[in-house]
Design a protein around this ligand. Sequence first.
Ligand SMILES: Nc1ncnc2c1ncn2[C@@H]1O[C@H](COP(=O)(O)OP(=O)(O)OP(=O)(O)O)[C@@H](O)[C@H]1O
Ligand SMILES: [Mg+2]
Length: 620
Amino acid sequence: MCWGEKCSAGTRLAAEMRIHVLPSAVANRIAAGEVVERPASIVKELVENSLDAGATRIRVAIEQAGRRLIEIEDDGCGMFRDDALLSLKRHATSKISDAEDLSAIASHGFRGEALPSIVSVCRFDMQTALADADVGTAIVCDGGDDVSVAPAAPRRGTRIRVRDLFFNTPARQRFLRTERTEEAVIVESLRSLALANPATGFQLTCDGRKRLDVPAGQSREARIAGILGRQFMDNQQPHTEAFEGVHVAGFFALPTHHHRDAGRMYFFINGRVVHDRQLISALKAGYRDVLFHDRFPQAVLWVEMDPAEVDVNVHPAKREVRFRQPQAVRGAVVNAVRAAISRMGQRVSDATTAQALRAMGSGSPASSMRPPMPTSQGKDDAAWRQGLQHLFTGLSASQRDGETQGGVAEPGQAFDSAQGGEASQALHLGQPLAQIHRCYIVAQSEQGIVLVDQHAAAERITYERLKRQLADGRLARQMLLTPAEWHPDASTSAWLHEHGEALQVYGFEIEARGEEAFAITAVPAMLGGESPLEMAGELTASLRATGAGAEGRGRVLERWLGNRACKGSLKAGRLLRHEEQESLLREMERTPNIAQCNHGRPTYVRLSLGELDGLFGRRG
Ligand SMILES: Nc1ncnc2c1ncn2[C@@H]1O[C@H](COP(=O)(O)OP(=O)(O)OP(=O)(O)O)[C@@H](O)[C@H]1O
Ligand SMILES: [Mg+2]
């Protein structure tokens, strides 16, 4: 070592920076920074341990949102005295033995990190006993130091108490949110765990108030009803799907029950609660034809697959996972949602009827979960007339028959679930009586009356037709008598020179006339009345955003066709002759997914005679 004049600054620094291994108490506290984000993380880790221990009942009590106390009691297998002591050490686990085991993890835990991390940031005590033992074990430990162990009563299972969380790491305390927020996160976390494990009973009390209580041995249906309420159960469609080794059992809310955030989507991979962007995206993709783009669906999904196909060791809190075959998982989820949606058809309308009846019965304006209806009394211009014409005259009988099959698979995915099945086949909307406010059609059916939103219905019809044509190869074209001159910006022009033919399947013909000059010579026939420049511009932007290849087609459908179908459809504000009303109703009966427009709004409401009688007090 050189401390003299000749010693360089670098060497002096290296001398000050001699390396040593940290004491385990410090190492544990560092690990706790990742594992114990907030009180809810402790609840999650301890409940997962109880689940791994085979508990049938788990009781959780918290005080002051977990800062004062988190107590978890289970009736699981318990621990031997020595194992209980060992469980507080880092990397001590009963769940894996060698590196090989890491490649197919079937338990919630595997790192042997949760307990030592938790112990290092609280005053901790644990009582545990095996089922047939005469004596149990009690362990007390403050902040990871001075572990004391003693015999205890042989109460089967394990009870862990975490007190004064972060008492020795005040900086962490300051990062906690308000008690209300932290408590809400705990409640939400336990709800997810309880949903994921319907066979296990859960109880949660917060400062003595019962926040959750579900018995052991429930079916998935009963557990969902217990956690999410009857309203969810009454407005969902269950569906199971198996696709390339991935099994999905889902309960999908009607599209009209959408939500502003992603928190109502529950995903469980082999029983583990996960928040996974790929799964959210797959679920949204499945719903995309029937939901506003900025809204989220509600759903509960159990995804089961070979544990070797999913890597759970990618996130400190094990919230995220990595799939070996992401496309198979996406395909299974998308197929399940779409099949469920196609079976929902009629029920969307039934839910709307109930809502309408409530509103009429109480005399109050319809309180609505859905966005406002279009109010524009649009003018009756040439584009709409043309859209209308296509709506009523456009198709041959064989094309129409084809339409009831509906459904476009995302490229690269098998999609053979029956689409538009039972609901549209059984649909009878009756005879039109009148159009009111140039917006709604009133029809009389055998059972009662039907109110149709002409714009919403036409939007769905147009969209399903466009989808069908695209699935069959390309959209039908209409040549323009006078080609439209198009001068896009330089980067769009460069893209068009290279990929311009990608627009052909959407019904466009485009010829290059110069470096930044093009002529549009044909447009999609069903959208013939609209501005060729605007349409081509939007489509090009969509294609550039999603990639012009076949794999982007599903997303272009959503972005471009969905909006185009809306703009190109028969608008509210258009006067309809009786035959036009009639054709609209008949066309609706043939169209898949007709119960809601592309944005998830209902297209029609039915009121039965019985419901009308009820409204007027004719029933006893
Ligand atoms: N409630 C419990 N009942 C029975 N055994 C338990 C219980 N909680 C913990 N254990 C035992 O203690 C060990 C350590 O638990 P800890 O949570 O620290 O690690 P892990 O669950 O193995 O892995 P991870 O850190 O990923 O959660 C477990 O492997 C298990 O054997
Ligand atoms: Mg654990």
